[in-house]
Design a protein around this ligand. Structure first.
Ligand code: CUK
Ligand code: CUA
Ligand code: CA
Length: 649
């Protein structure tokens, strides 16, 4: 530790826990590489906790001990040829994709393109993917929150849903083929951030928060008049991917979650100040969590108590302060994560600039909405002090909560009921353990932790900084996801796993839920390429048999099969300027026998897995010989699997 690095934060009095000032936030020594991190912890607000609980630092090691004893296999070890016990669905952040990992090995299994383009798969290139992405799709997206559809509070393996903060979109991924099958743009708002799914009776609604306040309509009016900016909470029908309704709110919207009864959803707001600058957004000691009364919103929509905006037909109801549709629970300070406990009783809001988490009881919302509870703060049943920079909370199903502390670079384990008792005046040691993580955790997630089946087996800490944990690879460092065993009394760090930018969130699903649902070969009747099949039928083509060129004026349709190691056509001829559609059907039906179609010097590649049809449309604007070749090594004669597109000048 470098003694010369001085901690600039003011000395708090013993036992004092308080929110950070904007100046303190600006000068935080909590950045990796700055050894003052530990000094800061010792002298800062956390000092109060040492006395209260006698617990600090947990297994206070920068290099955590491995769970395994010498000579024993580590518990995350999955032997060659053996399968992982859990699927991990990982956000790809600004990579725009979804990633699938195996747990506990933390091996990356595959990437599912969602908002990004993928040359390997042809996502953003094929007609099938363009039907999902829309005509003018942006170059990428920022995917933070993947969540699986649920039925009665349990994962049901139908769909995954995810947000795109960069493009104000929501995507649905089919779990049977792990393909994105719908992407919708959310109207009237900007930057979809928090996203969750309805648990009861099923998904049902997908809830989506728009983070940034904007003028509505955002057409150049009220440009610099922030008082007129606004944002909305959106409910999407997960079955149809149509928008059911939107709720106008005060402040902004960050993260969201919902209850286990289908009655309420709740979202954090960190900009209750309606500010447009950093200092302004930190001015108040408290912002809030807004609770949405789903039944009342549905009734208001039914009764026609809504407006529509511009060309959008989406019903917009007014949920601002004073509305009977919402409850605003004051929460310190610039809160971030909002997580419902798997016992169905509470949601936990992480204080971010406050060293606390706020526990709100769902049933108090009943009391508020029927008039028995006047002050929404009365819905708060605990506010445990945990450490600096609480961001997100996970659960083990045994009554414990695990909260990431971004500034402290720690995971705090605490007991929910003890925290409630403490808040009620009984002194308890609700803080169970603190574990150093490396470094600066954002989300965490426990196995099945957002469902009734929370099994308390694994916890992942998704750390934003990796600093010195891996071989240096240039100025951009990998993120660092750490696997933590939470099955015992103490959290034990098991593995460090570098990841490419930038996972925010993940979910962990047992393989039993997934394996029977996942297809290994395409069904020829699959809706994903049904439109292409229908078009071929109109041309009199049977895709599984025919390899044929059909010309309609300047439009040329090239149909061919692929079967290792041969395309159905060795060559086809078009004229310069023709609009060419190449449709390829992989008639191999052997698992894992995928072919590709790459057209050289045309920027085209696509993948055809067994029994899949893929197509691409382009203008043949370059005359000459253009070889097409297979890009998936499918056969000993894979290199010979090629043919010529002859473009007449
Ligand atoms: S947010 Cu990234 S760490 Cu988008 Cu869920 Cu909290
Ligand atoms: Cu087909 Cu390689
Ligand atoms: Ca604020």
């Amino acid at each position: 530790m470098n003694d010369k690095t001085k901690d600039q934060s003011p000395e708090p009095k013993a036992g004092e826990i308080r929110a950070l000032t904007p100046e303190e936030v600006a000068s935080l020594p909590g950045q990796p590489g700055n050894p003052a991190r530990r000094n800061f912890m010792r002298t800062s607000a956390l000092a109060g906790l040492v006395g209260a609980s006698g617990l600090i630092g947990g297994l206070g090691l920068d290099r955590a001990a491995h769970a395994a004893e010498p000579g024993k296999m580590p518990e995350d070890y999955v032997a060659p040829g053996h399968l992982d016990e859990y699927y991990g669905f990982w956000s790809g952040g600004q990579s725009g994709e979804l990633r699938i990992l195996g747990l506990p090995s933390m091996r990356e299994l595959i990437r599912v393109p969602v908002f990004n383009r993928s040359f390997a798969i042809g996502w953003g290139i094929t007609n099938e993917s363009k039907r999902v992405l829309g005509k003018d799709f942006p170059p990428g997206g920022d995917l933070h929150h993947p969540h699986m559809s649920q039925t009665h509070g349990r994962y049901d393996g139908r769909y995954l849903f995810a947000n795109d903060k960069a493009g104000t979109r929501v995507a649905r991924i089919r779990c049977d083929i792990m393909r994105t099958d719908k992407i919708i743009k959310i109207p009237n708002v900007q930057a979809i951030h928090g996203l969750r799914v309805q648990r009861e009776p099923r998904t049902g609604y997908v809830f989506a928060n728009a983070e940034f306040r904007i003028p509505v309509p955002n057409d150049g009016r009220d440009l610099d008049d922030p008082k007129k900016y606004q944002t909305m909470f959106t409910a999407i029908d997960g079955d149809t991917m149509e928008i059911a309704w939107q709720v106008l709110v005060d402040g902004n919207l960050d993260n969201t979650d919902c209850d286990y009864e289908g009655k309420y959803a709740a979202s954090t707001c960190y900009n209750g100040e309606d500010a447009v600058d950093l200092a302004g957004m930190m001015r108040s000691e408290r912002d809030w969590a807004v609770v949405f009364n789903i039944k009342r919103i549905e009734e208001a929509v039914k009764a026609g108590k809504f407006k529509t905006i511009g060309k959008s037909k989406v019903p917009v109801v007014d949920g601002r302060h004073g509305s009977p549709l919402t409850m605003y629970v004051p929460i310190p300070k610039n809160p971030h994560g909002l997580n419902a406990s798997p016992d169905g009783k509470y949601f936990v809001v992480a204080g971010k600039l406050s060293p606390t988490c706020t526990v709100v009881e769902w049933s108090k919302a009943d009391a508020y909405f029927n008039g028995k509870l006047k002050d929404p703060r009365g819905a708060v049943v605990a506010e445990p002090q945990l450490g600096l920079g609480p961001l997100h909370t996970a659960f083990d199903g045994r009554g414990n909560a695990y909260t990431t502390l971004f500034i402290d670079s720690q995971m705090a384990k605490w007991h929910i009921q003890d925290a409630i008792d403490d808040y009620a005046g009984k002194k308890t040691n609700y803080l169970r353990q603190k574990l150093d993580v490396a470094y600066q955790p954002g989300h965490n997630h426990s196995s099945l932790g957002e469902t009734r089946d929370a099994d308390g087996r694994w916890l992942v800490s998704l750390n934003k900084f990796s600093k010195d944990r891996y071989l240096p690879v240039g100025p951009l460092h990998p993120d660092s996801d750490q696997l933590i065993d939470i099955s015992g009394d103490q959290m034990v760090l098991v593995a460090d796993c570098p990841v490419f930018s930038e996972p925010h969130d993940c979910i962990i699903v047992p393989r039993q839920i997934m394996m029977s649902k996942i297809k290994r070969i395409w069904d020829r009747k699959d809706a994903f390429f049904a439109e292409t099949v229908a078009q071929a039928k109109q041309h009199g083509i049977t895709l599984e048999k025919d390899s044929k060129v059909i010309r309609q004026g300047k439009k040329v349709f090239v149909y061919m099969t692929s079967s290792a190691p041969k395309y159905g056509l060795d060559s086809f001829k078009v004229k310069k300027g023709d609009e060419v559609t190449v449709v390829i059907t992989n008639i191999d039906d052997i698992e894992d026998l995928t072919h590709g179609f790459c057209l050289t010097d045309y920027g085209i590649n696509m993948e055809m897995s067994p029994q899949e049809t893929s197509s691409v449309t382009f203008i043949a604007d370059k005359p000459g010989v253009h070889w097409y070749y297979c890009t998936f090594f499918c056969h000993a004669l894979h290199l010979e699997m090629r043919g010529r597109m002859l473009v007449e000048a």
